[in-house]
Design a protein around this ligand. Structure first.
Ligand SMILES: Cc1ncc(COP(=O)(O)O)c(C=O)c1O
Length: 429
């Protein structure tokens, strides 16, 4: 056997010998945008008092207008992170202490932390095994008189069953909040993900398809929710009179405002969003096409009528069919220079905050308001994906040429073909 056929883990030559270039979405236009703002001397245009500047300065308002037009929504409210947007959304819908919010356990922690800030009780609902998004059939079984909202996370860039979830929410008079942090141009039957729920939240943090360093956008078609989001973003308790004599009294505001510099960068990034997302999708499509038909390995599945933005490209492993453990397959893949992770985040109900039912203060608030417990919770699909099946690659982390993607394919095919070498090595043959 030649050294190029021998697995790198067993002393052969790795397929990929140097690290890939990092993904870079910033360019000259972003640089000029920042300079324009710095020269203006106005790095934030927000005022806390009633008036046009309650909604921010010219860059913030221009960015929001452009976002509104791009996504065809009625309102966009920029914030300083998606986490802030998720928290503001919980305040906007009037979440009350003890209210329940149905959430998936396989997501970034902010999706489930957000309700807790308002005393909400996360109720975990398992995911679908194909797209890894919340399962609407299970959501229905978890709705009670206490349920106020469902959080659908469009995980890895693939939309959850959004129209179905919106129907469920409308039927029960509750809210659908979309955590669309990973799917800026995701879509379901021609409708953008993020725009199907009552509020959709986007992330503009450094790791996303487009970014402003830190940042987030909230979209909604509901005038009342938009007003509440704007108030929460900018110390709204100071100017509820702006809405006609204190029509909104249960309002506690924060400072979740985006800077003029971030917004100026965001305007340029938004103009390039199609190209940036398409480039990530192209990498993923090529990777998936090149890795079809391998026993025990299933590349991402895209549900009919959906667009997947591939913030994460996930290969699903079946250890029995593969004839190898995920851990060993992953070790051999790393030795070939294929950057990846196994598992995503551990099911969030395993966090000490849930297991021990204590989040804020000494006395277990807000869990003290609820009978729900988490220590014995087990969402089988989530556990299976995280513990045994998921192998993740991040198209948003690298700028890859076609040759680079060919090498990724070659590396995975080599390890797949070399399973016999590994097994023979393990058995001492
Ligand atoms: C699904 C999801 N929700 C929320 C967030 C939080 O985003 P931000 O960092 O903008 O607060 C992230 C960030 O990665 C995310 O992936």
């Amino acid at each position: 056997m030649s050294t190029s056929e021998r697995l790198a883990l067993l002393g052969g030559t790795p397929v990929i010998s140097k690290p890939f270039a990092e993904y870079q979405s910033m360019g000259k236009a972003e640089e000029e945008a920042v300079q324009r703002v710095v020269r203006s001397g106005c790095l934030s245009g927000f005022f806390g008092s009633p008036g046009p500047e309650f909604g921010g300065g010219p860059e913030v308002r221009g960015f929001e207008e452009a976002w509104t037009a791009h996504f065809g929504v009625a309102h966009t409210i920029s914030v300083n992170s998606a986490t802030s947007g998720l928290i503001a959304a919980m305040g906007a819908i009037g979440l009350s202490p003890g209210d329940e919010v149905i959430v998936p356990p396989w997501t970034m922690s902010a999706s489930v932390a957000a309700p807790i800030f308002y005393g909400g009780i996360p109720v975990f609902c398992d995911i679908e095994a194909e797209t890894f998004c919340i399962d609407p059939a299970l959501v229905k079984t978890l709705i009670t008189a206490k349920t106020k909202a469902i959080v659908a996370v469009n995980l890895f860039g693939h939309p959850a069953r959004l129209a179905e979830l919106r129907d469920i929410a409308d039927t029960h008079g509750i809210y659908l909040i979309e955590d669309n942090a990973q799917a800026p141009l995701g879509s379901e039957h021609g409708r953008f993900s993020g725009t199907i729920g009552h509020i959709g939240i986007y992330s503009l943090n450094f790791h996303k398809h487009i970014h402003t360093g830190e940042g987030g956008m909230c979209v909604t078609n509901d005038d009342n929710l938009a007003t509440r989001l704007r108030l929460i973003r900018n110390h709204g308790e100071n100017c509820t009179e702006m809405l006609g004599g204190g029509a909104i009294t249960n309002m506690l505001g924060m400072n979740l405002r985006m800077t003029e510099m971030s917004a100026a960068v965001g305007r340029v990034q938004l103009a390039g969003v199609d190209a940036h997302v398409e480039a990530r999708e192209k990498i993923a499509h090529k990777l998936s096409a090149g890795l079809q038909g391998l026993a025990g390995l299933t590349p991402p599945v895209v549900r009919d009528g959906c667009r997947h933005n591939y913030y994460v490209w996930m290969m699903k492993i079946d250890e029995e069919q593969l004839g190898l453990s995920r851990a060993l397959f992953s070790e051999a893949l790393s030795a070939e220079g294929f950057p990846h992770a196994t598992g995503y985040v551990a099911p969030l109900y395993r966090l000490p905050m849930f297991r021990e039912r204590i989040a804020i203060g000494r006395d277990g608030w807000p869990f003290s308001l609820s009978e729900r417990t988490y220590a014995d919770l087990h969402c089988p699909v989530t556990e299976d994906m995280h513990n045994r099946r998921a192998l993740l690659f991040e198209p948003c982390a690298y700028d890859l040429s076609d040759a680079d993607v060919d090498n990724l394919i070659a590396a995975m095919r080599k390890v797949h073909a070399g399973r016999g070498q590994l097994n023979a090595h393990l058995s001492g043959a």
